[in-house]
Write a protein that binds this ligand. Structure first.
Ligand SMILES: [Mn+2]
Length: 259
């Protein structure tokens, strides 16, 4: 079996007891061991992850050990960065044996062509033209922030000169605010003519065919047919809905929830 999951937001200070949440998440990861051949983690596994030069993220031993147990038992674990855990610079990979992906991945799994990505910053080319001015501004701000977060020089400066205690304080608060905002005003499924990831897949499908487009990021569960042989799957989350997708040997995918 191949498993796909995303958006655990481990360490979120917006959760009542993030350590308990981490224990639950790690237990679920370990339960995949029985029949998994590969596990794809599609982003935002951590709510804030930053590898400074002088100090590495702390408090995540439970998750790191679970990942290590999976890779050591011969399971491929693919870790996609999201928009909360962009800042891994090799340490996570070395500690756990996961393969880190910083870009969307186009890959054939069990005979099916898959387009895998976290989903932030993935929009159709005509995105601006379909939204009113105020939403356009929000999108532009997000894209600018994304550029700042992904900028190599700024990342290097932050790693070098930001005292980890300050950096963490900033990071955890920023992540907490975004989680609280989402919990207060959840943005549900916007419909297939509004949902950016669906629009992106529809546009892509006109030039390149994929059997599956699999994303995280939105914290909604979606399994939508674009055509008889093309589906968009959005993976929900791993803190409220506990969603995962499972692909069998024939390449059939089902969206499920952990107990
Ligand atoms: Mn995200």
């Amino acid at each position: 079996m191949i498993y796909f999951l995303s958006d655990a937001h481990i360490g979120s200070r917006a959760l009542e007891d993030w350590r308990q949440h981490q224990d639950d998440f790690a237990a679920k990861l370990l339960s995949l061991k029985q029949d998994a051949t590969a596990v794809y983690l599609l982003g935002d596994i951590f709510d804030f992850w930053f590898e400074y030069f002088w100090r590495k993220p702390e408090g995540y031993e439970t998750t790191l050990n679970a990942l290590k147990t999976l890779t050591e038992s011969g399971i491929e674990v693919h870790f996609f960065i999201g928009n909360h855990d962009i800042w891994t610079f090799g340490w996570l990979e070395k500690q756990t044996g996961v393969k880190v992906h910083k870009k969307p991945l186009s890959i054939t799994i069990n005979g099916k062509k898959c387009f895998l990505a976290h989903g932030d910053g993935i929009v159709p080319s005509y995105i601006m033209s379909i939204y009113p001015k105020n939403i356009q501004r929000k999108i532009k701000n997000f894209i600018l922030l994304r550029k700042i977060f992904h900028n190599r020089f700024l990342q290097w400066s932050f790693r070098c000169f930001m005292p980890p205690a300050w950096g963490d304080k900033f990071g955890y608060n920023w992540a907490k605010r975004s989680r609280e905002k989402e919990l207060a005003h959840p943005v549900g499924y916007k419909g297939e003519n509004q949902e950016e990831l669906v629009l992106f897949a529809k546009e892509k499908e006109q030039s390149t065919h994929y059997d599956y487009y699999i994303f995280g990021h939105r914290h909604i569960e979606l399994d939508l047919c674009l055509a008889t042989n093309s589906r968009v799957i959005i993976l929900g989350d791993m803190f409220k809905q506990w969603t995962y997708a499972q692909m069998d040997d024939k390449g059939n995918i089902t969206l499920k929830n952990f107990e």
